[in-house]
Ligand binder design. Structure first.
Ligand code: ADP
Ligand code: ZN
Length: 723
């Protein structure tokens, strides 16, 4: 290579690139930047470098001038730069460094998380053919540009605050606490327009499942004719009217579509599509990004606003390394780039509401639905009474049954929510007491009737469903499937209401994104009367003809050994209930429960977030749990239970020696799911404020921790789930 042959006398005083190669070494190496590449080797750029006898790709994480000319000689040169634009902007690089320190995760993995692999690999764009779905295309082909709506006073006040904050030097995050249907999205849209007018860009995060064509279309329509960022900014006003848009020939229309300032990032994109969207963002053509969790890293230039919709959603937490929470990363990115951050929810996480009360966030409220629409009436049905009345457990209480019938007769729509898939939760032999357990996990196998299998919902293990008790000494035919899931619910609906047009939405029936989108579309178009499903139907859907929501078994997640079980149940009831009565017709919600007096259910019934917050935080404060403190969960797993436990104990002792016994540790104790995928699990829980030193020490201990047979150690900072 030419660069390597630079002689001592001619060595230029170039720059040195600090590079992390794609080998998960978690080390940095210096390379000399040849003058020919000097303009392109910038922070965040992907480069090709010699490494031993190989040539590897890597990321430039820093640049420094070299004072000593001779340094260039001993260093190997950067061979090439991949792509024209750096993969990571300087602020996102800084964000990755913060993530690495905060989440105790090697920087290499954080860099990897911050840019999709296709963008890291590829230098240029090959032709990408957008995939088409005729049914969806037809439905959305005619969405005209939408104009900003005249705001309600509460919306106007919220918008005013967001815009003011966006102009501030170091903006405080805003928590937009607005009940379901209060017009939060309209506030986001107008805030984005304001940010665009100031020549800046925006990122909107929504949970993956809410990223429906309807949501995307709402954004696309609003910014359909906004001025591209390069053109002299005459504002994000709608400049072309609908007539001239309609008169555009199809080819032109398609061309203008690619120049649309909106980019969409979700898991359903092909690699080519994802690459194309990133290119559009990097080039500045796309100024607004809407996407799921990882869109928080989108390389939007001059970022002015970050919106995290449904900020309470657990799906913002990535459950693999780096175990980051996109909401918290968004808050940090906002701070680094001086961008406004808006966290929106009808049921804020207790952490965010606590931050708002403590003055760390600014609180804006939208306490009422648009047009004075009422929140739906919520009735709780005591299923214990119902069992006595019906002489056994049936899926529907009398009230829910009658309510469904009435809606069907009136031609209104119904949503039934049950957060468990499959037919039955478990298999029990009534003679010998045998329960079918996953061979690899300490959980019961669920029965899936369509496939006649027993399935583990944690690891995916499957086996044929038996007809007799599988215990050799028993073999009794009186095995029984207990509890019910969406598959059985669907069957019950079809039996009780044969006239209803029904669709089930869960991960068994919806195998791809297109299935999901098509089903929602059919529901929207009135081709379905009743939609039933798991959390897939709980998120952000807005169907004006839905007047009844049934929560079939509200206690399902309530008694899980996780301190957030109550909070999640409250959120689910409130969110699912929020799907009812969004049109002119009033909505009703029926909640079936075996523990109807539980606070999560009662506050859910009244849709009283603040009441729930007050009650729940009292208990959290006693335990010194979030939002009053931070948790770090350290997990030890092994194929042998004794090894996992021993390692956890040793770690605890070492930690206490190092930090002192003031360190507040719980455990080690077996995880609530004591065995998962064949590995025994032990948890050590650290409760502490965000004191930095301690973090660093734990990070160092983890990095130096000796590898002990098959024992694996993982750390989860601010864990979202405790199971
Ligand atoms: P949220 O995001 O809080 O659930 P949305 O923004 O989806 O609420 O608003 C609910 C409905 O009210 C939508 O159909 C939306 O178009 C409508 N809407 C929002 N703001 C206004 C407004 N200022 N005037 C009239 N309709 C509005
Ligand atoms: Zn399993």
């Amino acid at each position: 290579m030419e660069g390597a042959a630079v002689s001592l006398t001619t060595a230029p005083k170039g720059r040195i690139a600090v590079v992390r190669v794609d080998l998960r070494l978690n080390q940095e190496f210096d390379y000399f930047v040849p003058p020919s590449l000097a303009s392109r080797v910038v922070e965040g750029a992907r480069v090709r470098v010699p490494f031993g006898r190989r040539v590897l790709d890597g990321t430039v994480v820093a640049l420094r001038p070299n004072g000593v000319a001779s340094e260039c000689v001993v260093l190997k040169p950067v061979y090439d730069v991949i792509g024209d634009t750096p993969v990571l902007s300087a602020p996102v690089l800084q964000l990755a460094r913060w993530m690495s320190a905060y989440y105790l995760c090697p920087l290499d993995l954080c860099l990897r998380a911050a840019a999709p692999s296709v963008v890291r690999r590829r230098a240029s764009m090959r032709k990408v053919k957008p995939r088409a779905d005729p049914e969806l295309d037809e439905a959305f082909a005619a969405t005209l540009p939408s104009r900003p709506l005249p705001l309600t006073p509460a919306q106007a006040a919220a918008l005013e605050r967001v815009c003011a904050v966006a102009r501030a030097k170091s903006p405080k995050p805003i928590l937009l606490f607005g009940v379901t249907g209060s017009g939060k999205t309209e506030v986001y849209l107008q805030a984005i327009a304001d940010v665009l007018r100031a020549g800046k860009g925006a990122i909107v995060l929504v949970p993956e499942i809410s990223l429906t064509p309807q949501t995307v279309e709402r954004f696309r329509a609003r910014f359909a004719l906004a001025t591209p960022s390069h053109a002299p900014s005459s504002g994000a006003r709608l400049e072309t009217d609908a007539d001239s848009a309609a008169a555009t020939p199809p080819a032109e229309a398609r061309k203008s579509e690619t120049a649309h300032p909106l980019a969409v990032l979700h898991s359903g994109l092909s690699e080519g599509e994802r690459f194309r969207e990133w290119q559009r963002i990097r080039s500045g053509e796309a100024r607004i990004v809407i996407g799921a969790r990882s869109a928080v890293f989108a390389p939007v230039r001059d970022l002015g606003l970050l919106v995290v919709d449904e900020e309470h959603e657990a799906t913002y937490k990535q459950e693999e390394m780096p175990r980051y929470h996109a909401r918290d990363v968004a808050v940090m990115r906002g701070r680094l780039e001086g961008a406004a951050v808006v966290l929106g929810s009808a049921t804020p996480s207790l952490e965010s509401f606590h931050n708002a009360r403590a003055g760390k966030y600014e609180l804006c409220r939208l306490p009422e639905r648009i047009d004075g629409r009422k929140l739906p009436r919520v009735r709780v049905v005591d299923m214990r009474v119902e069992i006595l009345r019906q002489k056994g457990l049936s899926v529907f209480s009398q009230s829910l049954h009658d309510a469904i019938l009435t809606r069907l007769e009136r031609g209104e729509q119904i949503i039934l929510y049950l957060n468990r898939r499959g037919y039955s939760a478990s298999l029990l032999c009534r003679k010998c007491g045998y329960v079918a357990i996953c061979p690899d996990c300490s959980v019961a196998l669920a029965y899936h009737r369509a496939d006649q299998i027993l399935l583990c919902h944690f690891c995916g293990h499957r086996q044929p469903a038996p007809r007799l008790c599988p215990q050799p000494e028993c073999r009794d035919p009186s095995i029984r499937f207990q509890g019910f899931g969406t598959e059985k619910l669907e069957e019950a609906v079809k039996t009780c209401f044969p006239q209803a047009r029904v669709a089930r939405m869960d991960s068994d029936t919806m195998t791809g994104r297109a299935d999901y989108e098509r089903t929602l579309l059919r529901f929207r178009m009135g081709r379905l009367d009743l939609l039933l499903g798991t959390q897939m139907i709980a998120k952000g859907l807005d169907f004006p003809r839905v007047t009844l929501v049934g929560i079939v078994y509200a206690d399902l997640g309530l008694h899980l050994p996780d301190f957030r079980a109550g909070e999640r149940t409250f959120q689910q009831i409130t969110q699912v209930a929020g799907r009812a009565g969004r049109g002119d017709l009033e909505g009703e919600v029926i909640v079936q429960s075996f523990t109807p007096h539980h606070s999560a259910i009662q506050f859910g019934r009244r849709q009283d977030f603040v009441g729930f917050y007050e009650e729940e935080t009292r208990f959290r404060e006693q335990l010194d749990y979030p939002p009053f403190n931070h948790l770090t969960k350290i997990e030890f797993t092994s194929a042998q239970t004794s090894k996992a436990e021993f390692a956890a104990k040793k770690f605890r002792e070492a930690l206490e020696r190092r930090i002192g016994s003031s360190v507040r540790l719980l455990g080690p104790s077996p995880a609530p799911i004591a065995r998962l995928r064949g590995r025994h699990r032990f948890h050590l829980l650290l409760r502490d404020s965000r004191r930095k030193g301690r973090k660093e020490e734990i990070g160092e201990m983890l990095a130096d921790w000796p590898r002990d047979g098959d024992v694996r150690v993982t750390v989860d900072v601010d864990p979202a789930q405790m199971l």
